[in-house]
Each structure stands twice: as structure tokens, then as C-alpha cells.
Design a protein around this ligand. Structure first.
Ligand code: GLC
Ligand code: CA
Length: 539
């Protein structure tokens, strides 16, 4: 592994995800925008990040908050203009921050000109840009379901056919088997490369090669062939970072995606750990407590599995997931301690860490009434489950735990009106705890969650062992302690975390604590672990 090579900058990088509509509003319409992001770049530079993954800002009817694109080469007026985008790329560049665009290539919006054409007639040249099947009005081709509720097939009377959509009716799946579609996609990617972006996050990329007749969605037979072709025609051979979103990826799949030869992507987002607090075989809404021993096993499997032959992404959060401190930490009494512990656990590992906006402040889940939620997925599920006979209380419990709007509440900048996010009415309610949790306070407090993230980022830059070292799980059957060791050359790094609120009288093995204490969330580490205590030692 030649991580010193400039082109592999992303191995030692930390990437920050911005969900534009909730980050910073600059014009009082209640929706975050690109000029708003530019005004906060100094905050991000201070944190020490290397790149921003920008959730979609393209033109879009916003059925799924921009993951339904109607023009891939323009910016939605709600977020700004192409000129604003150029300014963002250059202003970020001045601060050594690259911009990573979110490419939603599995589907477009139904308002994309391609689809408007495609639905006109069967012999329209764009018809075959999408996936159509014959059937009759009441009998769809099969019983596949869409992610946001309802069937995956929608009838179009003008062509007397169904089109296929894995997500909402307004997100028709693109037909990657059509070479013209692939060519158009490469043009789009190259358009952004020429504008100077630093990379791409590829939305649900493992679903592009679907075979709906066989009910195959993930990992279709042509998947890797299509990815390699895309790579060759676009970012292959450049220093761009690419991360594919692959919900179904196993370690073996990830080795192929992130093979150091660079034929596919730099890395993928895998979600095996994310599914550990739901009832097996059920949906994310079917809550189960997290089994920490399983979490240790899963994360360790990925650490060991990709070492030297692939690359991991490290994340607890994104715009689709609940806030980690509420999820697997304690967002009450131990909010600050547990947020730091969770950060330590992840940032000691090998891979590229991703921070989701507000995570560095220890922002928490929100508990609203149903009328305050905006997310298409949440609203669909709410209606669907009530109709199936679930109790309102039950459904709300699931939403409070897992709803995507938990992560999408506006960024908490300060304790002024609307947390400093907007002068107008925010599109989604601000979490009322912004008086206690906000960036203004945390950037001026030495022991804040923000300060801790900043230190962890700096440590990763200072010691190559974080980037290069191998990984070994310690105390694997201990239900209270998550500990591991990394080794590189003559050095050893120990990461030791108390994952709960119990004080652990158990004595930590001496050789773990022999080195220099690089980082801890307590001022004076003793011989046993205090609630949510986290330590990193270097020997
Ligand atoms: C991805 C996105 C999610 C979106 C879906 C459909 O999972 O992260 O927000 O709804 O794809 O594009
Ligand atoms: Ca705005």
C-alpha cells in the first residue's frame, strides 16, 4: 500500500457530510443553501476536515429532498446557481477542502426531460432510458415493493405499460442496460469533474444493475461491469475520491469495489453494523436493543477483512440514520461523554471517517409529533403501519428512534432564533435543545464534543498508525468494554472504551495502558473505567 502517494489523499482524509437544506440558510426562506455553506467554511476548516460530501443540490422537484433529480447539470434555484457552486468549489479549495458531489444514478426524477419523453410513446427515443414492462392496468408484472411504500411498478396509460421504481413513484429507475443511458451518465460525471469537484458519493450504486423480472435489486449480474466501464470513462486514473453506497455489500463485495487497483471505487459505505438494532429479518422500524458483542464482531470483521486489500469507510451517521449519541450512546446525562466515546471507537479504526453535520456537536434525535415530520419515508410508513393496525404510540416510538428527520433537523449554530440556521421559518423544526447544544458554545469550550472531534482529526493526521496499522480486537467477549489494538512498524495503539454508564471496577490489562495517553474523555484516567470512558494509548 503506497498511502504516501498524493493520489491516495483520501486515506488520511476526514470527510464531512453536509445536508444542504439543513445546514445554513442565507436568504431567510427557511431552506439551507450554497451561499450559506460558503459562509460556514471557516468553521469546517477549523474542525480540520479535508472534503465535504454534499448531499444533492441539483435541480429537483424535491420529492425525496433532492434524491430525485430533474437536471443533473444545474443547481436547484432553492440552493443557488451554478455560479454559487463554482464559488463553493473555489472557496473550499482555498481552505484545502474538496467538494464531493452526490450522484444519484440509479433513478432520475419523473420530471426529468428524459422521463417526460419516455412516457409519451413506446417508440420515443427516450422510452428505453427507463425500465418498462407490459401488463394490464390491474395486474403489475410482479409483486415487488418500492422502498417508500406501495408497489415498485406504476402504470402509464399513454404507453399501456408499467415503469419500475425502487423508491417513490417520482423516482423512476434508469435502464443501465441501455448503452445510451450509460453514455449520458458519463457526460454528467465529466461535467462535474471539469468544474473541479474532488470526488463523488454514488447513491444506492449496488442497485443500478437490477433484474426486475428475477426480483433482483442489489448486486445484479452486470453490476461490476457497469461500474468499471463508468470508472474508465470518468474518474478512473484521477485523484478523485469515490464512495459507493452499497446497503447489501459483504466484505467480499467490498474487496471488489475498493480493490487497490482502482478499477472501481475508493471505498464503499457498508451497512452491516447499522442493521444490528432491529429485529432480524424485519424492517428498521422494528426496534431491538443493540447487541454490543455483535457490533464488535461486525466492525472487527470489516477492519480485518479489508486490511491491505481494500478500504473501509467509517461512519455512525448520515442523513438517513438517527443521531448516534441518541442511538448507541446516552443523549441525557452522559451526552458529552458518550458522544466522545463513540467518536473514539470509530476514529481509532482504519478507514476514512465521515462526520455527518452536527455529529461533531453531539446533536441528538428529535421527538416531534407526526405533523412536524417531512420525510417521505417516515410519512409513508406512518400511514402504512396505522392502516395495518399498529398503535399510534408504537409507530411514533419507531419514528423517534429511526426516522430520517432525526438527522435532518437544522444545524444548531448558536442560541439565537432558529439556532442561527435561518431568519425565516425553517422547513423542518429546529430541535428545541439548541439552547444547550450549539456550535457557538462548543467552539469556545475546551472540553466540548467539537473540541474532541477536532483533536481526533488532528491525531489521525499526526500518527500514520491510524491510517496504516493493522487491527486486532481485544476482550472480544466482554460486554462492557470495546477495546482493540492497532500495530504498525514498532508502534502499538490501544483504544479502550467503556460502552455504558456503569463504572467498571474491572482492571484493564497493564500492557494496554503502558504507552502515552494520546486522548481521553476524562481528565484523570484511573485504574478502572468510568462511565463511557474512552482512552487511546500509543506505545
Ligand atoms: C439513498 C439516499 C437516500 C435516498 C435513496 C434514494 O439511500 O441516501 O436519502 O432516499 O438513496 O435515492
Ligand atoms: Ca435559503
Amino acid at each position: 500500500m503506497k498511502t504516501t502517494e498524493k493520489s491516495l489523499w483520501w486515506k488520511s482524509a476526514v470527510i464531512y457530510q453536509i445536508y444542504p437544506r439543513s445546514f445554513q440558510d442565507s436568504n431567510g426562506d427557511g431552506i439551507g443553501d450554497i451561499p450559506g455553506i460558503i459562509s460556514r467554511l471557516d468553521y469546517l476548516a477549523d474542525l480540520g476536515i479535508d472534503a465535504i460530501w454534499l448531499s444533492p443540490v441539483y435541480r429537483s422537484p424535491q420529492d425525496d429532498n433532492g434524491y430525485d433529480i430533474s437536471d443533473y447539470c444545474d443547481v436547484d434555484p432553492m440552493f443557488g446557481t451554478l455560479t454559487d457552486m463554482d464559488a463553493l468549489i473555489s472557496e473550499a479549495g482555498k481552505r484545502h477542502i474538496r467538494i464531493i458531489m452526490d450522484l444519484v444514478l440509479n433513478h432520475s426524477s419523473d420530471e426529468h426531460p428524459w422521463f417526460i419523453q419516455a412516457r409519451k410513446s413506446r417508440d420515443n427515443p427516450f422510452h428505453d432510458y427507463y425500465i418498462w414492462r407490459d401488463g394490464s392496468k390491474d395486474v403489475p408484472p410482479n409483486d415487488m415493493k418500492a422502498c417508500f411504500g406501495g408497489p415498485a411498478w406504476t402504470w402509464v396509460p399513454s404507453v399501456q405499460q408499467y415503469y419500475f421504481h425502487q423508491f417513490s413513484v417520482k423516482q423512476p429507475d434508469l435502464n443501465w442496460d441501455n448503452p445510451k443511458v450509460r453514455k449520458e451518465i458519463y457526460k454528467i460525471i465529466n461535467f462535474w469533474i471539469e468544474r473541479g469537484v474532488g470526488g463523488f458519493r454514488l447513491d444506492v450504486i449496488d442497485q443500478i444493475a437490477k433484474e426486475p423480472d428475477l426480483k433482483i435489486t442489489n448486486n445484479g449480474p452486470m453490476l461490476h461491469a457497469y461500474i468499471r466501464e463508468m470508472n474508465r470513462h470518468t474518474f478512473g486514473g484521477t485523484d478523485l475520491v469515490t464512495v459507493g453506497e452499497a446497503w447489501g455489500a459483504t466484505v467480499e463485495d467490498a474487496k471488489i469495489y475498493s480493490d487497490p487497483s482502482g478499477r472501481e471505487f475508493s471505498m464503499v459505505f457498508q451497512f452491516e453494523h447499522i442493521g444490528l438494532d432491529q429485529i432480524p429479518g424485519k424492517e428498521k422500524w422494528d426496534l431491538a436493543p443493540l447487541d454490543w458483542i455483535k457490533l464488535k464482531k461486525v466492525l472487527s470483521k470489516w477492519q480485518i477483512g479489508l486490511h491491505g486489500c481494500g478500504w473501509n469507510s467509517l461512519f455512525w451517521n448520515n442523513h438517513d440514520l438517527p443521531r448516534i449519541v441518541s442511538r448507541w450512546g446516552d443523549d441525557g446525562k452522559f451526552r458529552i461523554k458518550s458522544a466522545k466515546m463513540l467518536a473514539t471507537l470509530l476514529y481509532g479504526m482504519q478507514g476514512t471517517p465521515y462526520i455527518y453535520q452536527g455529529e461533531e456537536l453531539g446533536m441528538t434525535n428529535a421527538s416531534y409529533d407526526i405533523s412536524d415530520y417531512r420525510d417521505i419515508e417516515t410519512l409513508h410508513m406512518y400511514r402504512e403501519r396505522l392502516a395495518k393496525g399498529y398503535s399510534e404510540a408504537d409507530v411514533m416510538r419507531s419514528i423517534h428512534a429511526k426516522g430520517r428527520d432525526n438527522a435532518r433537523t437544522p444545524m444548531q449554530w448558536d442560541n439565537s432564533k432558529n439556532a442561527g440556521f435561518s431568519d425565516g421559518e425553517p422547513w423542518l423544526r429546529v430541535n428545541p435543545n439548541y439552547m444547550q447544544i450549539n456550535a457557538e458554545d462548543e467552539t469556545h469550550t475546551n472540553d466540548s464534543v467539537f473540541a474532541y472531534y477536532k483533536d481526533l482529526i488532528a491525531l489521525r493526521k499526526k500518527y500514520p498508525i491510524f491510517i496504516e496499522g493493522d487491527y486486532q480486537l481485544l476482550m472480544s467477549d466482554n460486554p462492557d468494554i470495546f477495546a482493540y489494538k492497532r500495530t504498525w512498524k514498532e508502534q502499538t495503539l490501544y483504544v479502550i472504551c467503556n460502552i455504558g454508564a456503569k463504572e467498571l471496577k474491572e482492571v484493564i490489562p497493564k500492557d494496554y495502558t503502558h504507552g502515552t495517553l494520546l486522548k481521553s474523555n476524562y481528565a484523570e484516567p484511573g485504574s478502572y473505567l468510568k462511565p463511557y470512558e474512552a482512552r487511546i494509548y500509543l506505545k
